[in-house]
Ligand binder design. Structure first.
Ligand code: SF4
Length: 264
């Protein structure tokens, strides 16, 4: 039984051929990581560190980001757009400074960071999904949970967030792992915009989501032909050298990737 994840499902939806290369053939990628992915990872690590270590000094937090960046940055990180490494580095500083200013002193009863969760999609646990919650908050007086997610990509509107799959799936896992859950708020921090957005799901919506995901998994598992889906995101695809469709493409570096494509 394959364990799925939100990003695995999203890869199939974006390009079935890329899904095959990555998850079925397990081909060695042309490059390990894009600069957008690297930036997102470092920012997530710093925000986790703040909560895990009760850090509340901005200079210390920025210093930690710089240390992490310098330690882990390497020349194999792919930069697609005509922008410098400094541009991304400074973006990271801005994301962290903005988050710090808005959320200091970080006292909202965070009970876990990078929490690993398994989502059972059916009663027999035939279909399972693995995910990581960036940060989980519990309001003990009301037994209301908050699932927090950090986004370094584009801002999504409320309509998109009310249909967003990832945090809704994680809320299923929280409902199964804790007793007497009163309610769950899904919260996104859009770091590039310094904005916070909230959404909720009803039990009925979660049941529908479960069914939809099972159907998607069945579709994936029954696929025989994995169709390429050439487009702007090919610029960031780590399997370009294998892909016959890519060779026919004209690469346009000024095209933005889809919303949240680089988010985990
Ligand atoms: S280069 Fe484009 S079409 Fe080819 S596998 Fe990657 S995303 Fe799919």
């Amino acid at each position: 039984m394959a364990i799925y994840s939100h990003s695995r499902l999203s890869t199939f939806e974006q390009c079935a051929l890329k899904y095959k290369y990555k998850y079925l053939d397990k081909l060695p990628p042309d490059f390990e990581e894009s600069i957008e992915g690297f930036l997102g990872k470092k920012v997530h690590e710093v925000l986790q560190w703040i909560y895990d270590n009760n850090k509340n000094d901005l200079d210390e937090v920025i210093k930690y980001f710089i240390e992490l960046w310098n330690k882990d940055f390497n020349e194999n990180i792919k930069i697609v757009k005509d922008l410098s490494v400094d541009y991304y580095f400074n973006k990271g500083i801005r994301f962290i400074a903005n988050y710090y200013t808005k959320n200091y002193p970080f006292k909202d009863n965070t009970i876990a960071t990078e929490k690993k969760v398994y989502v059972s999609l059916d009663n027999n646990s035939k279909y399972k999904l693995l995910g990581y919650i960036d940060r989980l908050v519990l309001h003990k007086e009301t037994n209301i949970f908050e699932i927090h997610d950090y986004k370094t990509g584009s801002l999504k509107n409320q309509k998109e967030l009310d249909k967003d799959r990832q945090l809704a799936l994680y809320s299923i896992a929280i409902r199964e792992s804790f007793e007497n859950v009163n309610d769950i708020h899904l919260i996104w921090h859009f770091l590039d915009y310094n904005e916070l957005r909230v959404s909720k799901r009803t039990i009925g919506q979660l049941d529908t989501l479960r069914r939809d995901i099972i159907e998607l998994i069945k579709k994936i598992e029954n696929s025989v032909y994995f169709q390429p889906n050439p487009g702007a995101l090919c610029n960031w695809c780590e399997f370009q050298s294998y892909c016959p469709a890519f060779k026919k493409l004209t690469i346009k570096k000024d095209i933005e990737p889809d919303n949240g494509f680089f988010e985990k």
